[in-house]
Ligand binder design. Structure first.
Ligand code: FAD
Length: 505
């Protein structure tokens, strides 16, 4: 039973934070907040409702989150059925037979003034260069099925490849739950049936559970998933629908067994009206088909999914519906939406868990007192909306710059109107390979250039400083990068061997 809040407390400090929902978002918020504050935290979740049950691929930033929580990496990989991820392989996006990797980390070596891709463009025009990915260590290692890290307990420890993880999201939530409960977070199992909203102040007062229990709080973190139980009741939190840019609205997910070697990357394979993911974990593969119902029926999607998995499915495919978009305001009054309650960008670049991490980190940086200052809320909402919009642009690029001519869905994607912010980026890159990073956006020039080039957007020219290098110097540079990557990769263990040694170390 949760006590009423202390009315005599005049400190203006938050007396209780209430987190609604125990999916990845809820437990990430609980673990992070309980690490930095002694403010009592209560988390409510309903086993009967359950979680969305997907979300297995991440980007390297999650390592910062885990490190900040003091999580031991071996323990984490062991307990979440985890594996390592060096990038995402995109198959068929630029037409049948096309295949590129958006690899984490650097591609090639720039001159210090201009990024490598300018040198590569010039070399390619002169017939001196191989595919762009040949110059990214993560790409070369991923294709060879290799993995290594400094201190990883296997050969080739000196390599410096950024990595992320594939894991079982429900095991990650359970892992964070244990951590949070050890740090004093109180978990309540129960279904919320009512939310008391102060309409005038636009804030939440309390929530009521099915068993009649009422829980008060000073600050509420809405992690209730697509239901958005709390935030959807507050003014200004209406959804901005982005489905005219990101038109997929359905997914079906199913795990399966696999005899294939454990690959250190996510695969995204385009199909007639969307794409399919392949995410290898230690003891199974996560698969899912993402599609647009206007162009593909649920039955067709199911057939597409089951025909393209490594082995017998472990369960019946799970159907998920969504609308891509985000809330105009994620934070209103004393309520912040985190995770699916805040919106959904489809999982093409594995950004959802990162956006949870980002919101939680910004909340900690801007943690309010009881009289929440609107200036802080406005600043938070502005920052978050920029983050979401820039990631949105990056995702749209994959759809718009497709090479699947003659397929209705993809033809429609190629002719859609783009947000001005994306058109600007495409124009700059097309003109001379330029890139301007906006608003602290997540993806850097390296990520964008891999996707631009991978999807067939080749600049008309390159930076004039790339002409300063002689042809011989250029040839030597490219071949030295290639041979260095080849040497490093051949000394690395396979990803399967690496994971085995890592978790048993
Ligand atoms: P949920 O997991 O839905 O949790 C909601 C919680 O709220 C549950 O605990 C539920 O019990 C509780 N709740 C709801 N209503 C009530 C109530 N009335 N009373 C009490 N409790 C309640 N992200 C990635 O980063 N990488 C990926 O590869 C990836 N793949 C995805 C694929 C698909 C098809 C989809 C749809 C999403 C994917 N995501 C991915 C996103 C990721 O799944 C979510 O961001 C993440 O799981 C967070 O979900 P959540 O915690 O916000 O919501």
């Amino acid at each position: 039973m949760i006590e009423a809040l202390n009315r005599d407390d005049s400190s203006n400090r938050l007396r209780r934070i209430v987190i609604v929902g125990g999916g990845s978002a809820g437990w990430m918020a609980a673990a992070a907040l309980s690490q930095v504050t002694r403010i009592p935290i209560v988390l409510i979740e309903s086993d009967a409702i359950g979680t969305v049950g997907v979300g297995e691929a991440t980007i390297p930033q999650i390592r910062t989150f885990n490190r900040a929580l003091g999580i031991d990496e071996r323990n984490f990989v062991r307990e979440t059925n985890g594996s390592f991820k060096l990038g995402i392989r995109f198959v068929g996006w630029n037409g049948d037979g096309s295949d590129y990797i958006h690899a984490f980390g650097q591609v090639g070596r720039g001159t210090g003034v201009i990024p490598f891709h300018h040198l590569w463009l010039r070399a390619q025009a002169a017939g001196l260069a191989g595919p762009f990915g040949d110059y990214a260590l993560n790409d070369v290692a991923a294709r060879a099925g290799k993995m290594a890290m400094p201190g990883g307990g296997m050969p080739a420890q000196g390599t410096n490849m950024p990595w992320a993880y594939h894991f079982d999201a429900s095991l990650y939530a359970a892992f964070l739950r244990r951590l949070s409960e050890q740090r004093g977070v109180q978990r309540i199992e129960g279904k919320i049936v009512d939310v008391a909203v102060d309409r005038e102040r636009q804030s939440i007062g309390s929530i009521t559970l099915e068993d009649g229990q009422s829980i008060e709080g000073d600050f509420f973190v809405d992690c209730s998933g697509f239901r958005a139980l709390l935030i959807s009741q507050l003014d200004g939190s209406d959804m901005q629908d982005w489905s005219h840019w990101l038109p997929c609205d359905s997914a079906q997910a199913v795990p399966c067994q696999s005899d294939r070697p454990l690959s250190p990357f996510t695969t995204s394979t385009a199909h007639k009206a969307g794409w399919q993911w392949h995410i290898p974990l230690q003891s199974r593969v996560g698969n899912g088909v993402v599609y647009c119902r206007a162009f593909m029926s649920d039955e067709e999607a199911r057939d597409q999914l089951l025909a393209n998995i490594d082995g017998p499915p472990d369960a019946e495919p799970r159907q998920i519906r969504f609308t891509t978009g985000t809330r105009r305001k994620h934070w209103v009054g004393n309520c912040l939406a985190v995770g699916l309650s805040a919106g959904f960008l489809e999982p093409l670049e594995s950004t959802s868990i990162h956006l949870i991490q980002y919101s939680v980190a910004r909340l900690m940086a801007m943690l309010p007192r009881r009289d929440v200052d609107p200036a802080i809320v406005d600043a938070f909402n502005h920052e978050i909306s920029q983050q979401w919009a820039r990631i949105r642009d990056f995702l749209i690029l994959h759809y718009w710059a497709n090479g699947r001519v003659g397929e209705e869905f993809w033809d429609a994607c190629r002719t859609m109107d783009l947000p001005a912010s994306l058109t600007e980026k495409i124009d700059q890159f097309r003109a001379a390979g330029h890139f301007t990073r906006q608003d602290e956006e997540l993806f850097t020039q390296v990520g964008w250039s891999q996707v631009f080039l991978g999807q067939g957007i080749v600049p008309n020219s390159w930076h004039p400083l790339a002409d300063e290098m002689s042809e011989i110097e250029l040839r030597d540079l490219l071949s030295s990068i290639k041979s260095q990557h080849g040497r490093m990769t051949s000394a690395m263990p396979t990803h399967g061997e690496f994971v085995d040694a890592f978790i048993h170390h």
